[in-house]
Design a protein around this ligand. Structure first.
Ligand code: FES
Length: 125
């Protein structure tokens, strides 16, 4: 069996939603303690809906594929739904990741959570 699913390879080679949102109203940056890789997530939220999402990563192929898939999963969704996204759901949507690469998908989940937290803080102000 190939180490990586076709979906992982597809999202790694053609990552969706890479880049920066200049007028983002939720930005999150997280680092992976295990490998030192970094991910930054930008959200543009209007009326509680994630209108746009982009990411930048200094990370491995699995982190790129996970973030790409994760952004596709939350785009157009209400904030409450995006908050429920887990790294397991992202890995499942990618048809699985090798066990020792699961921590890479955590980076995507945490970056989204951190961006949503930033959005909430800005709303409170
Ligand atoms: Fe660092 Fe995958 S090895 S995120």
């Amino acid at each position: 069996m190939a180490l990586y699913s076709e979906k992982v390879m597809d999202h790694f080679r053609n990552p969706r939603n890479v880049g920066v949102i200049e007028d983002a109203n939720g930005i999150g940056e997280v680092g992976n303690a295990k490998c030192g890789d970094i991910m930054k997530m930008y959200l543009k939220i209007e009326d509680d809906i994630i209108k746009d999402v982009k990411f930048e990563t200094f990370g491995c192929g699995s982190a790129i594929a996970s973030s790409s898939m994760a952004t596709e999963m939350i785009k157009g969704q209400p904030v409450a739904e995006a908050e429920k996204l887990t790294n397991k759901a992202v890995a499942e949507a990618l048809d699985g990741l090798p066990d020792y690469k699961m921590h890479c998908s955590v980076l995507a989940e945490e970056a989204i959570k951190s961006a949503l937290e930033d959005y909430r803080k800005r709303q409170e102000k």
